[in-house]
Design a protein around this ligand. Structure first.
Ligand SMILES: Cc1ncc(COP(=O)(O)O)c(C=O)c1O
Length: 392
């Protein structure tokens, strides 16, 4: 018999009732060190007092009004994002998938307004993940995601990872935009080299195609910069953000230059909940904390600290680990065992981490995780790997 919750997830038999910082407590009182942070969502840890205060203060004032009216909390967060980034304008959503939908619409509308609606194609990359809507699965195009859901939305062209010739062949007079994650998350923590992001920017400048960065997973301080593309020193025309920006409250955004955003005039897009006062009050506080240069310095320092320890872990268990990849606190352990086996062994040691494609287990801790918790996480991973060594 089907469960009351539609069984689209293979869930671990763990239910949590309380969280504090980087720790979660199950309903039966077991403590887990959380190196997944709700898949890069709880950027400031669980029950962060600043965010609890921002949410509860707003909850006592006003929960929701329609986007038919001005929303001061939304305007405040938009101004902060514009101030801190390439963007001139922002649309708020409730999720990364909704941000993907708008990014796709925006790129098409841009060319429609320019009198070239035939430029509707969006070039994407193998291993990409942009969400689960019909548009987002067509964009990513992986067999696993699209099987059984056809006919797919047309107008996407996938390029193999690292295939420069394929990329140049794919971009042409039909191309509206190139869409890429500066660091692939679900695809296995694959960092796009800086030269490649620069090359994409050049290609877009030469052809007029818009450049869209999906920073849903790698943005909001995760890599040690506010946004991952800052490492390469190139700006997109459109950027998708979600996950960390709400610190656990559902919130996403599409950021755009004036040129890319202006064609989305009144009536072309909308959302009942997107940018609601509760979400934006929390988002504004997250943004204040995460965009502080001292906070980002600390993320980079913590990243260097844990990276060094993880390199030792990889060396100590050559039959379990093949290597370490990633940037900042977006780290991937490439495994020689099935990633699910390592994740399961980590559960036994009271540690949460997240599997990804390409034989990778992701570590995506809260960005403010104490050094002691990072050390404890590596110790627990060491014991988890030891369980697999012993089996091997
Ligand atoms: C890079 C990227 N884009 C888009 C999404 C979709 O976001 P959401 O699950 O909030 O719809 C995800 C989610 O994992 C993601 O990692």
């Amino acid at each position: 018999m089907i469960s009351p919750v539609l069984p689209t997830y293979n869930r671990a038999p763990l239910a949590f009732e309380k969280g504090e910082g980087s720790w979660l407590v199950t309903t039966d009182g077991r403590r887990f060190l959380d190196m997944g942070a709700g898949i890069a969502v709880n950027a400031l840890g669980h029950a962060n007092p600043d965010l609890v205060a921002a949410l509860t203060a707003q909850a006592g004032q006003l929960w929701h009004v329609s986007n038919l009216y001005r929303i001061p909390e939304q305007e405040r967060l938009a101004a902060a994002l514009v101030e801190a980034t390439f963007a001139d304008t922002v649309f708020f959503t409730n999720s990364g998938t909704e941000a993907a939908e708008l990014a796709i619409k925006m790129a098409r509308r841009y060319w429609f307004e320019k009198g070239a609606p035939e430029r509707h194609e969006i070039v994407t990359f193998e291993g990409a993940f942009h969400g689960r809507s019909t548009g987002a699965i067509a964009a990513a195009g992986s067999e696993k995601m699209v099987k059984g859901f056809g006919p797919l939305m047309p107008g996407f062209r996938q390029v193999a990872w690292g295939d420069h010739d394929g990329l140049h062949a794919a971009v042409g007079p039909q191309t509206a935009a190139i869409l890429i994650e500066p660091v692939q998350g679900e695809g296995g923590i694959r960092v796009v080299p800086d030269q490649c992001l620069k090359g994409l920017r050049d290609l877009c400048d030469r052809t007029g195609a818009l450049l869209i960065f999906d920073e849903v997973q790698c943005g909001m301080g995760r890599t040690g910069r506010l946004f991952a593309h800052e490492w390469a020193g190139v700006d997109p025309d459109i950027m998708m953000v979600a996950k960390g920006i709400g610190g656990g409250f559902p919130l996403g955004a599409v950021l755009a230059t004036e040129a890319a955003g202006a064609p989305m005039s009144a009536g072309t897009h909308g959302s009942t909940y997107g940018g609601n006062p509760l979400a934006c009050a929390v988002g504004a506080r997250v943004m204040e904390i995460v965009s502080d240069p001292d906070f980002l310095d600390e993320v980079r320092r913590k990243a260097a600290f844990v990276r060094q320890r993880l390199e030792g872990l990889v060396e100590a268990h050559p039959d379990v680990f093949e290597g370490l990849r990633g940037q900042g606190l977006m780290l991937g352990l490439r495994t020689r065992v099935a990633p699910g086996d390592l994740v399961a062994a980590a559960y036994e040691e009271g540690l949460l981490c997240v599997p990804a494609s390409d034989n990778v287990v992701r570590l995506l801790p809260a960005l403010n995780i104490p050094d002691a918790d990072l050390s404890e996480a590596v110790d627990r991973l060491d014991r988890a790997a030891g369980r697999l060594d012993a089996k091997g």
